[in-house]
Design a protein around this ligand. Sequence first.
Ligand code: NAD
Ligand code: UGA
Length: 449
Amino acid sequence: MNRSICCIGAGYIGGPTMAVIADHNHDRKVIVVDINKERIAAWNSDKMPIFEPGLDEVVKRRRGKNLFFSTDIEGAIKECDIIFVGVNTPTKTFGRGSGCASDLQYWEATARNIVKVANGNKIVVEKSTLPVRTAEAMERILSQHSQFRFDVLSNPEFLAEGTAINDLEQPDRVLIGGHQTPEGLAAIQALSAVYGTWVPKERILTTNLWSSELSKLAANAFLAQRVSSINSLSALCEETGADVEEVARAVGMDRRVGPHFLKTGPGFGGSCFKKDILNLVYICESYGLTEVAEYWRQVVAINDYQQQRLVGGIIRTMFNTLANKKVAVFGFAFKANTSDTRESPAIAITKMLVEEHAQIVITDPKALVHVKEDLGPDADKVQTTADPYAAVQDADAIILLTDWAEYKTLDYKRIYASMRKPAFVFDGRNILDHAALRALGFEVKGMGK
Ligand code: NAD
Ligand code: UGA
């Protein structure tokens, strides 16, 4: 077995994960490959294809030394004995399971490619998030090639965007699932050695394949469930005079609950929470577990409700009409510190505002490049500017949707002066100082307050 590693799929997962592995394994060659030529060219340039704090430094440290980005997928499969598969697994948009199941076509294409060009035994590592028991199908495809041996491992990734490098450097755990056979255990050992150069042994958790695959869906479902739980209570807070942040603090101080993922907002976004929960729902349904499926479906239902509710509150507060009113949307990324807008709440909310005939100006420090594609035909009905001060000129309202730190330190006195009156602030993330804004003259509405 040689020590070279490749990863098929140079996206949000493949790029950062392999860069950190290369940084901690100078004696291993790490090759990241993709069918997308532009993406690979960007990884090889001064401007990374994704914005992620700390990523540039790690890539620049190792690129050309033991870290390589290439479109030569077949060459990489031949050269490396450990092959990570980090391709996209979006929600299916056609046929059976449309809108719920995972679309596994990219993943299957990869497995077939591995079989076609492999020139020796390989360890194939599922890095993408996949339905439980996918490894079984992968093994069947790979075993068509009788000459060589393929050991399939599940090694799901738990990093969050915006903190990817830190999460990779100091993971809560690295999960490796494999068959509990001598060959499976040897493959687990080989992969553990890659992480063992920087991750403490006790944080490398090994399990059977199916536990590992399901744990990834379960972890995302639990996290999203917490967000929906607090968002559902934010609605009740608004009716009762309770303050959702005070409630979250009181609940989260119980060590059995913990303080994280209790921040109310415009609903969770990102490429994975919704996709993975819907996938979990689909899997449960396919095993006839209707009640379990319904339970998890509600997590997504509350998320949609939260976005409707936020827009409903804005319309009510602004005298039941937004027609021809200018609103400045602060933030288009699904969370701070990322340029990613996949499933961003800002997309659905902007579309609802367009339906109300509002005049919309969107501002965001990193994500404006995606507005056109994300809004489709509605993109012609909105304006964009990277400058928040330009966005608020003559605006009736600010709707803050992304928790970018820079929005906390803007000159709101200057902003108030440039807006129409009454000037509204809808703080969808509760990150601004509401008392200070009110003192300046703004009418302020937070979430769950
Ligand atoms: P992405 O879309 O950013 O990247 C996937 C890449 O795979 C794309 O660049 C695409 O061109 C490439 N690809 C597709 N088919 C290919 C093929 N046949 N050969 C070579 N390359 C191919 O997706 P992502 O956000 O990196 O997510 C990838 C997987 O990781 C998903 O399953 C996701 O659920 C999981 N995941 C993502 C995150 C995250 O934070 N984004 C976190 C944990 C897990
Ligand atoms: C999430 C998980 O946190 C990662 O562990 C996982 O690897 C990843 O999904 C994945 O599988 O892709 P990510 O989506 O990048 O990571 O970002 P999160 O920090 O989890 O935020 C998700 C969404 O929930 C964001 O829109 C965020 O604003 C929202 N959120 C988060 C809240 O509204 N409230 C909170 O308290 C926390």
